[in-house]
Design a protein around this ligand. Structure first.
Ligand code: FPP
Ligand code: MG
Length: 371
């Protein structure tokens, strides 16, 4: 079964533009003629992890690689790292790497290492994020800051990040390493901007989008574009996949921002409500501040102006709250729709279908926020 799949991938890879070869314009022009074309032949997801089924063996290799890297740390770091890696994440970024690789010619060893290092960068960023957000729980586990304090948590995040960079040098040349470094820089810059704009009523919606593009979408973008780059695809294809990853990343952060207001710690497996507590202006909060229900808009604006946590206990039952979540969800859905357009540029393979299913799964997660 796997062999047949691999052969098919290789056969399809011949149709993709390779780096240093001239990209066939017909493929690129599809994006212009397709407009807002939907993809009726991509089936909807039947179960939550169906999109990752195709690459489940390779995903296990990614988990094994992360575990192997953990064992490679000095003994005094290893035990902490084992604990850090205990929680199971959604493996979205590795999933995107593997499916993009499978959809563009096949998964190679470099893709496994790349997927593992991206998940490690993501884990490092979450360790730091939980310090900033004073969060106690992540992936159903106590966070490093709650277990060992902020100082050690920051150092462990740094150590994991550094190891991810070492791994990058083992699979790609200087252009690839630069891509990684730029992504990490943007991720950090997004977080700096967010930290300096807390309670900031002058922050615009466009600035919010720029923050989430940097802090979340860069890793989604580099997952897809990095996988394509390692495959040797040309710059234009790499850029299209970068755009698809960016759109999905923005949509994912909108989902996460809605979840912060609508979910429970138990079902999310992490500490929620930290956005409102810290004065992070997220998309649903923008919609609440602009609500046609003046009482609600004044209540939310007043709390932010006074740097007070917004008390959602009463707001949650209002039409204005449901409307703000719905409008935010629609923004995420629109980005997923746009992301799916890029799939027309890829050959018709099970991996392309799985990528489409991944976007439909994100649609579903967004819609679930509406209750
Ligand atoms: C989660 O956001 C956090 C991020 C998307 C990025 C955090 C990045 C840093 C702290 C910079 C340091 C980066 C590295 C690479 C070490 P969230 O708080 O909105 O989501 P949550 O609900 O999952 O906490
Ligand atoms: Mg957080």
């Amino acid at each position: 079964m796997l062999m047949k799949f691999e052969l098919q991938m290789r056969a399809n890879s011949a149709k993709l533009p390779a780096r240093n070869a001239k990209a066939p314009l017909c493929a690129l022009s599809l994006i212009h003629i397709s407009g807002t074309m939907s993809l009726p032949f991509f089936s909807k997801l039947r179960n939550k992890k169906a999109h990752l089924k195709l690459v489940q063996q390779e995903l296990q290799k990614v988990r094994d690689e992360i575990a192997r890297q953990t064992e490679d740390f000095e003994p005094y770091v290893r035990d902490y790292m084992r604990q850090v890696c205990r929680g199971q994440g959604k493996m979205l970024r590795p999933g995107l790497v593997l499916l993009t690789a499978a959809a563009t010619g096949g998964i190679r060893n470099e893709h496994i290492t790349f997927a593992a290092l991206l998940e490690m960068i993501h884990m490092a960023s979450l360790i730091h994020d939980d310090v900033l957000d004073k969060a106690d729980t992540r992936r159903d586990q106590p966070t490093p800051n709650s277990l060992w304090g902020n100082e050690l948590a920051v150092l462990l995040g740094d150590t994991m990040l550094a190891q991810a960079i070492v791994m990058g040098t083992e699979i790609g040349g200087s252009k690839f390493c630069r891509k990684m470094a730029v992504a990490m820089r943007d991720l950090c810059q997004g977080e700096v901007e967010q930290s300096t704009r807390l309670w900031d009523m002058d922050m615009s919606r466009a600035e919010y989008y720029e923050v989430i593009r940097k802090k979340t979408a860069t890793l989604f973008a580099v997952a897809m574009s990095g996988a394509a780059y390692l495959q040797g695809l040309d710059d234009e294809m790499v850029e299209h996949l970068n755009r698809m990853g960016t759109l999905l990343g923005i949509s994912y952060q909108i989902y996460d921002d809605c979840l912060d207001l609508t979910g429970t710690d138990e079902s999310a497996g992490k500490t929620l409500g930290t956005d409102a507590e810290k004065g992070k202006l997220t998309l649903p909060i923008f919609f609440l501040m602009e609500s046609s229900s003046e009482d609600v808009a004044d209540f939310v604006r007043g709390a932010i102006e006074r740097h007070e946590e917004i008390d959602y206990s009463a707001l949650r039952h209002t039409d204005a709250f449901s409307e703000a979540i719905k409008l935010s969800v629609d923004e995420g859905l629109a980005r997923n729709e746009e992301a799916r357009e890029v799939l027309w540029l890829l050959p018709d393979t099970p991996a392309r279908k799985a990528l489409a299913e991944m976007t439909y799964r994100l649609d579903e997660m967004l819609r679930d926020c509406c209750g």
